[in-house]
Write a new protein. Structure first.
Length: 94
């Protein structure tokens, strides 16, 4: 799944009113990890940061941010995408 597809899916999960909260959180966490692995292949491994220069990683995340700006739920999408780094609790998911 490409980054734009992942972001679109995150938006759909956020707006979904029929799925149980726990299932939504699980799906959002999985999508966040998928996005990180697309942006920084091998995220969380010793080799991921060695293979890409810092400026390349920043450039890739800038492209993600640009894609996120297209959505009304952008603040929540960014929260989801930040989850692997912050371990946030998804308090806002209903």
């Amino acid at each position: 799944m490409s980054v734009p597809e992942i972001i679109h899916e995150i938006d759909e999960v956020i707006r979904d009113t029929h799925t149980l909260r726990e299932k939504k959180i699980e799906r959002l966490q999985k999508l966040a990890m998928n996005c990180w692995n697309e942006v920084v292949p091998g995220y969380g491994t010793a080799t991921s940061s060695k293979e890409l220069a810092s400026d390349e990683i920043q450039k890739r995340w800038a492209n993600v941010r640009h894609e996120v700006e297209k959505y009304e739920t952008k603040a929540k999408i960014l929260y989801v995408l930040d989850w692997p780094a912050s371990s946030g609790n998804f308090y806002w998911v209903k």
